[in-house]
Design a protein around this ligand. Structure first.
Ligand code: SAM
Length: 252
């Protein structure tokens, strides 16, 4: 594991205590199964109609996993390197009696067998923690059976540029779309270092891993709004999220 990922893991282990402190509230939200966004439900409708076996890379608190089950998935295996997150997510899933299993592992390099997934699901603050996007895409492709799907709903890479000014959107003077890294100043904090991947780099990594992009879209809505802030950058004029659906074509 590279030193940045090792340090980030410590920050995530600490930050994931939030999932334990807010256990009851998250359990209620998981029971509702409402965490999947409408656009995710639309894009995944056909895939979820086939009762897919899902692998969720960087599964975090796992709310999307019970939502995926309620939306039609046969099973979900979540993979995350935070023992706190994985333990809390497993406890919630067991309490709800949903078919979700959690595996503690650093990614890329999920310790799951090749071809075990009909759908690899990830995002909502995931790709920025991957030190090597090509290896990430190859790992996702390895997990997929032929003709399986990769789905990403993710913060737009331009998000790190936007100030949180409420009067007007502004570009932060300390940020660049093309920087390789940026220090996280929200969650998990703790000096964690994010990697920045452009939309082009994400698409090229997926294509290089022998997948075909079926859909790519950008959205003005952020997937996450830190409490109490109403930034003008989120008022509908700027990209704040993107989705990508890809299909694996051949045996690898
Ligand atoms: C912002 S959370 C998003 C998680 C999930 N998609 C959600 O909505 O809750 C990012 C997660 O990625 C995990 N993570 C970060 N880097 C990782 C790595 N290299 N390997 C495995 N998990 C990682 C963290 O522990 C954290 O749970």
């Amino acid at each position: 594991m590279d030193p940045t990922t090792r340090a980030n893991r410590i920050a995530w282990e600490h930050a994931s205590q939030k999932h334990v402190r807010e256990y009851a509230q998250l359990l209620a939200e998981a029971a509702e199964g409402s965490s999947l966004l409408d656009v995710e439900r639309q894009l995944l409708r056909d895939v979820l109609d086939t009762s897919p076996r899902v692998v969720h890379l960087q599964s975090g608190h796992g709310l999307d996993d019970s939502a995926l089950i309620q939306a039609g998935a046969a099973s979900v295996v979540g993979v995350d390197y935070s023992e706190v997150a994985v333990t809390a997510a497993q406890r919630r899933a067991d309490e709800l009696g949903v078919s979700c299993r959690y595996v503690l592992a650093a990614l890329p390099g999920a310790p799951l067998r090749a071809g075990c997934a009909d759908l690899v699901y990830t995002g909502k603050g995931a790709l920025i923690w991957m030190p090597d996007l090509l290896t990430w895409a190859q790992d996702a492709a390895r997990l997929l059976r032929p003709h399986g799907h990769l789905f990403v709903y993710e913060g737009h890479p331009a998000v790190s540029l936007w100030s949180w000014d409420e009067d007007a959107p502004r570009i932060r003077a300390d940020r660049s779309y093309f920087s390789r890294t940026v220090t996280n100043d929200t969650f998990p904090g703790g000096g964690a270092v994010e990697w920045q991947w452009t939309v082009g780099e994400v698409v090229n990594a997926v294509v290089a891993a022998d997948m075909t992009v079926l859909h790519l879209a950008e959205y003005p809505e952020p997937f996450w709004r830190p409490g109490g802030v109403s930034a003008a950058a989120w008022d509908g004029r700027l990209p704040n999220a993107f989705s990508l659906l890809a299909i694996k074509h051949s045996e690898r």
